[in-house]
Ligand binder design. Structure first.
Ligand code: F6R
Length: 254
């Protein structure tokens, strides 16, 4: 069942209320976090709701999905910078508990293994936030990535580099590779929330609805997980069967 909201702000209100509730029930919650345009309104709402409700986030831990290889943590296009800009800098998080892959790591293979091991040591994250690329990627797991993959280095597809070039001054500045949690790591989350917004993702969602489970469309791996919620705006849901959609007219509001 797809949960369809009027727009991305309605999704953001619903999801940030869910995050506030999760952290209130478990102040030491371990979150799996994503970057990208889809997440920006969600983090903005969460920051607002967390402040309004005086939520204590000082013991929350997090693992981010991915990071570009070759960009330092403070590079304006790094995902580390993105997370500080949109979330971490606005609330009293404990920096030591916030983890992203290190794009400048020299021992990349060991670093990837340590990252997966750290996620496993926490028993997987409590809730994994996900966006999806137009080619079905989750994290930077491009089409063809094995579903049993752990954190690894990936060469970015041309499609993904073009999609992400909007955040860079020019196409040649978009890194050629990234570190990403593997699909196995993602599926180890106890709950997964996939957020899909925009008309440009409508066909991707149609392929998800109509297709089977295939490594050619990495996010179909989510069909193997028992606790996945897919939240869409009307534009992203526009090609889906009505019977497969539940419309959320009055989202939970904090
Ligand atoms: C980001 C990530 C990516 C994005 C996806 C969608 O950490 O892992 O998989 O979720 O590329 O990006 P947007 O939201 O910009 O459309």
């Amino acid at each position: 069942m797809f949960l369809v909201f009027p727009d991305s702000d309605a999704i953001a209100r619903h999801l940030s209320a869910r995050l506030v509730e999760l952290i209130r029930n478990d102040p030491q919650a371990v979150l799996g976090l994503a970057t990208g345009g889809t997440m920006e309104p969600i983090y903005a709402r969460f920051v607002q709701q967390a402040k309004d409700s005086k939520l204590d986030v000082s013991r929350v831990s997090s693992f981010n999905l991915d990071e570009y290889v070759g960009l330092s943590a403070v590079h304006p296009q790094s995902y580390n910078h993105y997370m500080h800009q949109h979330l971490f800098n606005h609330l009293a998080f404990d920096e030591a508990r916030l983890r992203l892959p290190d794009g400048l790591s020299v021992e990349l293979e060991q670093h990837c293994q340590d990252y997966s091991d750290a996620i496993a040591a926490h028993g997987g994250v409590a809730l994994q936030l996900l966006g999806v690329g137009t080619n079905g990627h989750i994290g930077f797991n491009e089409p063809g990535t094995p579903f049993d993959s752990r954190t690894h280095v990936v060469a970015l597809s041309e499609r993904t580099r073009v999609d992400n070039s909007r955040f860079f001054d020019s196409m040649d500045q978009v890194p050629a590779s990234a570190i990403t949690m593997g699909i196995h790591d993602i599926l180890s989350a106890r709950e997964i929330v996939l957020v899909v917004t925009g008309e440009h993702k409508a066909r991707t969602m149609l392929n998800y609805q109509n297709g089977g489970i295939t490594e050619a469309l990495p996010f179909t791996a989510l069909k193997r997980h028992a606790n996945v919620h897919i939240l869409l705006d009307e534009a992203a849901a526009s090609l889906l069967d009505d019977q497969a959609c539940r419309r959320v007219v009055q989202p939970t509001c904090a």
